[in-house]
Design a protein around this ligand. Structure first.
Ligand SMILES: Cc1ncc(COP(=O)(O)O)c(C=O)c1O
Length: 371
């Protein structure tokens, strides 16, 4: 008996999201080698599309690392942080903490600007922090998937620049789903993943280094994530590792879909569907954790009502309706469900489906929908 799934899971968790059907079809194209002339043409095209999707400044280098979002995180850190680098890391949740750990592993002296889970970083707190403890690098998460909170990256990056620090931004849950302007906001390096708002499978990590970051790179301790060796492959066609053509097809198609939809229109779709979800949840007596103005459109942290068995609801959704939503992490475990509306999963049809399924799950626990 095959263990492969024969049902399409409806992926409404923190990621992966649904893979767009066109992307699935693109992955069926014939395998080519990592040095094939066709592959080189694809890499050039993907580089240009990624630079546009990140809205990167002239002179930036946008490309994709073989690996998931964490490999993008590691690539930016490994090339901008060395022993003794002073790094301030804004920690608003689980992934901010991972970023701080990554900087520590590469030898940085890390100062954590810790913010209560469920809140965004206050720009004044950063101003005070950088005045007291100067930093060479500021690292932060744009869309904190563990809490559903968006950080005001534009303001935070401007403050970092005033203080002479390079900025590294985690855009794993924002690229393609929330406004992000790497060039205009003065972000020096950013990374993302393919399996959330881009609508692909996991396996590649889009990364961008701006001109300042390219000039201030450090000697990289990692072979696999060495920016100069990756430039040798992407720009000078020199073998570094056997990049998967199948995943490059997927990214190429996902980025083509984004450009056909239009980035601004795509952001607007994510916002519209987020608001529709909130309304739909309110009808069930449910609300989200972050306050207005700090909410992600891509990931909704839904409060579990008192007396409701949160795990039983997730199991009911999966077993009865084939719908996946996520559990809370760390201090929010048992307190929230994480509902992702990203990429192909950001759709009104799925919001209607989820509402019906949640109503059924809550009714099973004796909770009726408020009149
Ligand atoms: C904000 C954020 N950063 C980093 C990661 C790590 O990405 P991956 O699991 O693709 O390695 C995730 C994963 O969900 C994330 O949400």
């Amino acid at each position: 008996m095959s263990l492969l799934p024969d049902v399409d899971r409806i992926l409404l968790g923190p990621g992966p999201s649904l893979t767009a059907p066109r992307v699935m079809r693109a992955m069926a194209a014939p395998t080519i080698s990592h040095l094939d002339p066709l592959m080189m043409a694809l890499l050039d095209d993907v580089r240009a599309r990624l630079a546009r999707t990140f809205r990167a400044a002239e002179g930036s280098f946008a490309f994709a690392v073989s690996g998931t979002g964490t490999s993008g995180m590691e690539t930016t850190v490994a090339n901008l942080v060395k022993d003794g680098t002073r790094a301030t890391v804004i920690v608003t949740g689980y992934f901010g903490d991972r970023l701080a750990q990554m900087c520590e592993r590469y030898g940085a002296v890390v100062t954590r600007l810790a913010v209560e889970w469920g809140r965004a970083c206050d720009p004044d707190a950063l101003r005070t922090q950088l005045a007291e403890t100067p930093a060479d690098v500021l690292a932060m998460v744009h869309a904190e998937t563990s809490t559903g909170v968006v950080n005001p990256v534009r303001e935070l990056a401007a403050i970092a620049r005033e203080h002479g620090a390079l900025t590294i931004v985690d855009a794993v849950t924002s690229l393609g789903g929330m406004p992000l302007e790497v060039g205009v906001w003065g972000i020096d390096a950013a990374y993302s993943c393919t399996q959330k708002c881009l609508g692909g499978p996991s396996g590649l990590a889009p990364v961008v280094f701006g001109p300042r970051a390219l000039a201030q790179r450090v000697t990289c301790r990692s072979f696999y994530f060495d920016l100069s060796l990756l430039e040798d492959y992407w720009l000078r066609r020199k073998y570094h590792h056997t990049m998967s053509s199948t995943l490059v097809y997927a990214l190429y198609e996902a980025l083509s879909i984004i450009e056909e939809e239009g980035l601004d229109a795509r952001w607007a779709r994510h916002e519209r569907n987020h608001r529709a979800l909130l309304e739909s949840l309110a009808g069930l007596g449910l609300s989200v954790l972050p306050r207005e103005g700090e909410r992600l459109w891509t990931l909704n942290a839904v409060r579990v009502p008192d007396g409701v068995d949160e795990a039983a609801v997730r199991v009911h959704l999966l077993e009865t309706f084939n719908i996946e939503i996520g559990a809370g992490l760390g201090p929010l475990a048992g307190k929230i469900w994480r509902v992702g509306l990203m990429g192909a999963s950001s759709s009104p049809r799925l919001i209607v489906l989820l509402r019906g399924a949640l109503e059924s799950a809550l009714a099973k626990q004796g909770r009726q929908v408020p009149a």
